[in-house]
Design a protein around this ligand. Sequence first.
Ligand SMILES: *[C@@H]1O[C@H](CO)[C@@H](O)[C@H](O)[C@H]1NC(C)=O
Ligand SMILES: *[C@@H]1O[C@H](CO)[C@@H](O)[C@H](O)[C@H]1NC(C)=O
Ligand SMILES: *[C@@H]1O[C@H](CO)[C@@H](O)[C@H](O)[C@H]1NC(C)=O
Ligand SMILES: *[C@@H]1O[C@H](CO)[C@@H](O)[C@H](O)[C@H]1NC(C)=O
Ligand SMILES: [Cu+2]
Length: 553
Amino acid sequence: MKLSIISALFTLAFVLLSNESDAQLTNVKKSVLAPLNKNPGSFKVVGNSGIAAMHIVVTSPTKIVIIDKVEKNPIKQKDGRVAVSVEYDIPTNKKRVLNLNTNTFCSAGAFLGNGTLVHTGGAEAIAKDKFDEGFESLRIFEPCDDGSCDWFENPKGLTSKRWYPTMTTLSDGRVLILGGSKKPLGKSTEKDNNPTVEFFPSESPQPEPFPFLKETLPFNLYPAVHVLPGPADQKFLFVFSNTDSIVWDWGKKSIVKRLPRLPGPPRLYPLSGTSVMLPLRPEENYAAQILMCGGVAKHDANEPADDSCGRINLSNLETADWEVENFGGIRRNMPDAVILADGKTLFLNGAGKGFSGYNSDKGKKQAAEDPVLTPVLYDHRAPKGKRFTRLANSKIPRLYHSVATLIPDGRVFVAGSNPNSDVRTSNTKYVTEYRVEMYSPPYLQLGFKRPTINKGAIEVNYNKAVPVTVSISDPNAVFSAALVHYGFVTHSVHMSQRYVVCSVQNVTNLSNGFYSMNVIMPPNGNMIVPGRNYLYINNKNVPGTTAVEVMLS
Ligand SMILES: *[C@@H]1O[C@H](CO)[C@@H](O)[C@H](O)[C@H]1NC(C)=O
Ligand SMILES: *[C@@H]1O[C@H](CO)[C@@H](O)[C@H](O)[C@H]1NC(C)=O
Ligand SMILES: *[C@@H]1O[C@H](CO)[C@@H](O)[C@H](O)[C@H]1NC(C)=O
Ligand SMILES: *[C@@H]1O[C@H](CO)[C@@H](O)[C@H](O)[C@H]1NC(C)=O
Ligand SMILES: [Cu+2]
């Protein structure tokens, strides 16, 4: 009797719980809804970001720099002004306030090949908080591990005003700064559009015209840019804006190829989808494929988000075309795409309805609704229709201005969400979110032993073999390796993110649980950019206890 009551209660609790997680999946077509992964991973709240996490970038094996815009964050800079940037320490979840002087609202970042972080653009001066204009700012950050580093700003470091530009590290170790608007707008306009490109260190005091960003108005902000793999002297970028894409030669400053239009909605702000260059593999001669997912068709709070992805194989530019597939059966605007340590892509955050933008009527009217709490995992090597699985839910809505990145220990740092024009912690449906979560992916649930690399940071040249020793108590270890560039994350755009498989040779069993091996670096900077990359040594596709930093040149 008692037992049956207990078991009935358990069943009821289970039904209620599963209903709760299904309830938030609105507008799903059961026929295409991805199955639940047997190892769905888990979310855990670990800390507080102190400022709204609008932009994030991993700067060392233990540090993440977070950048917000100027708004009423509770913590302050040394000089008493509101904090706009912090350095977050992963092991302790503590943060150190950094110091800025110009407004970083909707800016961009990329690493130089020498490991220095460059951050550019922003918006108007905020007089009441005593911050200067940031539209033309160029900010430099030399990462450190001892709490000594801070921002250095040149408020006139760019050739022109850029709000919502994209930055990318190039194969020569410089950074490219593309597009943007000369004014913050709900949607880009001809009048304020900045259809130009510039470089740092610069080539010329004048920016280079980039007419493609005129042709693709008005959904041309934060264009998707990926360096195309190829021989060392190739200078090709894939550039996507609105629904169109091109291959652009940054040496000749000309279009190499116009690619077919991607069916479905525009994929850039405020109809924000996300793009990822799928992992490159030496045995496939580093063949490039791009996946672009989600977005929404209309600048309308009631519009259901899109549930499609386009994938294009760029091995042969003449025949390249988009193949459309369902986005795991879940509609999602503003997704984040994070390539995990095993090369699968995690999609998380975002909304089932509405667009990227701020709530109105003092927080009463939402720009986006139906926060998607369910991440999906994409296995690009599985057959079409079987690539997506659903993962464990988070409990925290992550809408406009939310972020996520892989970190060296194989987990995913998830933060942000602020669909309010200033900090708002009450009297609105979706508050400014300061909680930081770590997502532990499926591979950390398998129980496989994780190799530990017995080495600190590595400096090495392209094409060279890196001797690595690992310790692991697994007599049947199967090793693989990858170099990852985490990139700079903001607004569903993962600038410069890259995953390249490295071949592992001459694995030697040294006994006592030690193995030595040679890990072969990619041939040149078009495969993965020079500078700060992270080497993962995996056992049966489960990442090691921590990736090590590799300064590649
Ligand atoms: C990297 O290069 C930039 C631009 O040339 C320079 O400002 C910076 O100081 C360099 N960083 C290091 C660590 O040498
Ligand atoms: C990509 O295209 C190339 C050349 O057309 C082909 O050899 C390769 O198999 C394709 N890759 C995939 C994953 O479809
Ligand atoms: C692997 O071992 C072979 C035989 O000892 C050697 O010729 C080769 O150079 C080694 N490979 C690397 C990448 O060190
Ligand atoms: C490595 O050597 C140990 C004995 O020293 C042995 O138990 C283990 O099975 C070996 N591992 C592999 C992968 O051969
Ligand atoms: Cu924004």
